[in-house]
Design a protein around this ligand. Structure first.
Ligand code: PMP
Length: 408
């Protein structure tokens, strides 16, 4: 869809076949330039109007906040909190909700959550006496089972948390439908959505969903590292204590140290010097993706998956390779070559063909409960081409070469 020449990593490594976009998307020139632009043309710490660059830095943060709010369908811009990424966003949510959780309250999670959307909830449950329960996945699609969902929600359900799309199978959950069903059964349930995997591949429109929290990272949508978003309903954000305390988030500290007052949401969650250059390039990434059009990106990536499936059938690969997600259009191919260790296959792909894929549990530590403990994941972005897919699939047909890597 987009020429690889727009992406310096690919331009500088013309032989690299990068199939690890679910881990992080490569950044186009204009995103990198936006990051450098802040450092070379502004460079100031915000939170003062004492001089122009500081004022401009503060304005840039708020203008990025607006861009993000608009992008994900949030009306109240102040509900957008900058964090270091999805991981911190979810940790802020669990920390912030602690005082609302009673022993015996139930927190529902799926078995394909990334550790970032699992561990913080387990810790919260341990700290509060809440119980973690399974939100069942449909064994075929590995998306949330809509029939079982109804039975899982009870008066005791306090929180339901799940990925919009998982980072292993990629099934796109219908958040609108799921959130409505949950709220119809128990309107008090707090719904948290991990959009880390979906944000760069499909539209996220919070105003069409009945959810309370959303988390994602900029680096999964062609943006920079070290910056992400926590969106929450203002009513809940106001009640939540920050995870981190420091500069820029207090309006008063008593001289005898006996008390303090915090600034309003979102700034009370943004202690310390912000990652300004990343915030600037995050805005550029989102503006750029919006210009291309999320629907166009999704259609293109679906075409890639359709092509991959057709080639897999043509090459009769299912005989030797177990694929786990050929029944969806997610930009991810997850598989194992029968009889081969996933890591060995990945090393072969890397060393012999310059193909970068990821192996293991992909930080979703319970994949063994659903499909396989270890697997190989090839994931696409807007720079992925049909030729990349051909190279991967052809390399996988050469089983006799898999071991060469270890003897050369
Ligand atoms: N959730 C999912 C589904 C993910 O794929 C990831 C990143 N691999 C995360 C959360 C965590 O994102 P980050 O490491 O950027 O905080």
């Amino acid at each position: 869809m987009l020429d690889k020449k727009n992406f310096p990593v690919l331009r500088n490594n013309p032989r690299l076949i990068y199939l690890d976009s679910a881990s992080t998307t490569l950044k186009p020139d204009l995103v990198i330039a936006a990051e450098a632009e802040f450092l070379t043309k502004n460079g100031a710490n915000p939170h003062t109007d004492a001089f122009e660059n500081a004022l401009l830095a503060s304005e840039m943060i708020e203008s990025t906040r607006k861009t993000i709010a608009n992008f994900i369908g949030v009306e109240n811009v102040q509900e957008i909190v900058f964090t270091t990424g999805a991981t911190m966003s979810i940790n802020q949510i669990t920390h912030g909700l602690k005082h609302l959780i009673q022993p015996g309250d139930e927190i529902l999670v799926t078995d394909l959550e990334h550790a970032a959307n699992l561990l913080p909830w387990i810790v919260l449950a341990k700290e509060t006496g809440a119980l973690i329960k399974t939100l069942s996945l449909n064994p075929q699609t590995m998306g949330i089972d809509l029939f079982k969902l109804k039975r899982s929600i009870t008066d005791k359900t306090k929180i339901v948390t799940f990925a919009h799309a998982t980072n292993t199978i990629g099934y796109l959950n219908d958040v609108g439908l799921i959130s409505l069903e949950i709220k119809q059964i128990n309107p008090n349930v707090i719904i948290c959505v991990d959009a880390a995997q979906s944000i760069g591949h499909t539209e996220v429109k919070i105003d069409q969903w009945a959810i309370d929290f959303l988390a994602f990272s900029a680096h999964k949508i062609y943006g920079p590292f070290g910056i992400g978003v926590l969106w929450g309903k203002m009513k809940l954000l106001k009640q939540m204590p920050p995870l981190i305390y420091g500069g820029g988030m207090s309006s008063y500290i008593a001289e005898d140290y006996s008390g303090y007052e915090l600034t309003a949401v979102p700034h009370k969650f943004e202690a310390g010097t912000p990652n300004l250059s990343a915030i600037q390039s995050f805005q550029k990434a989102v503006q750029w993706v919006s210009e291309i059009g999320m629907n166009k990106i999704q259609t293109y990536e679906q075409e890639l998956k359709t092509y991959a499936i057709a080639q897999i059938n043509k090459l009769n690969l299912a005989k030797k390779i177990t694929f786990y997600n050929l029944n969806n259009h997610a930009p991810i191919l997850t598989f194992n070559v029968n009889g081969w260790n996933a890591q060995d296959v990945a090393n072969y792909l890397d060393v012999k063909h310059n193909i970068a894929v990821r192996t293991g549990e992909h930080c979703a530590r319970l994949t063994g409960k659903m499909f396989a403990k270890n697997s190989i994941r090839a994931s696409f972005g807007i720079y992925t081409t049909k030729s990349d897919i051909d190279l991967l699939l052809n390399a996988l047909t050469k089983e006799d070469e898999f071991l060469d890597v270890f003897f050369t």
